[in-house]
Design a protein around this ligand. Structure first.
Ligand code: CA2
Length: 156
């Protein structure tokens, strides 16, 4: 059975594509999900794609991914990146790789976005590539866990 990657999205990311296109682009969260499913398929990974505006629900899902021994978690904690010790603690408590993803370059924005509670406990952090960052993070996770990539078809 395929290994599963949990892709967790934090508060307000349900609004993606409706406002602030200069910062977050025009793609919707549904577009992000489609991109993730395509990237994961190339590595034969199944996807649990979720979004919540509630910190506790995100924490429950991190625990769930850990308990189910998921291949890993990609998380865009959104604003909670900069405030949530509890999400950091949940990540520390699970024994699976967690990759932090941000659509925008948090270091080129306001000072309060420069600090991440998540980065020190994440396997890797990636920001500034727009929604393409999610696909890049899936490729990185797959490389980390040694997931089987798409077989290259040989001609001739
Ligand atoms: O760049 C990212 O992915 C962020 O995680 C997005 C968060 C922000 O607080 C982080 O500093 C960086 C904001 C998510 C809210 O997204 C919206 C999208 C469209 C309209 C309004 C909010």
């Amino acid at each position: 059975m395929a290994q599963t990657v949990y892709i967790l999205n934090g508060p307000n990311l349900n609004l993606l594509g409706t406002r602030e296109p200069e910062t977050y682009g025009h793609a919707t969260l549904a577009d992000v999900e489609k991109l993730c499913r395509e990237a994961a398929k190339r590595h034969h990974l199944a996807v649990e794609f979720r979004q919540s505006n509630h910190e506790g629900e995100l924490i429950d899902w991190i625990h769930e991914a850990g308990a189910k021994k998921a291949a890993g978690i990609l998380i865009n904690p959104a604003g909670l990146t900069h405030t949530s010790v509890s999400i950091r603690d949940a990540i520390t408590a699970v024994a699976i790789p967690v990759i932090e993803v941000h659509i925008s370059n948090i270091f080129s924005r306001e000072g309060f976005r420069h600090f991440s509670h998540i980065a020190p406990v994440a396997k890797a952090s990636l920001c500034g590539f727009g929604i393409t960052g999610y696909a890049l993070a899936i490729d990185g996770l797959a490389a980390t866990i040694g997931a089987r990539g798409q077989e290259v078809s040989r001609g001739g």
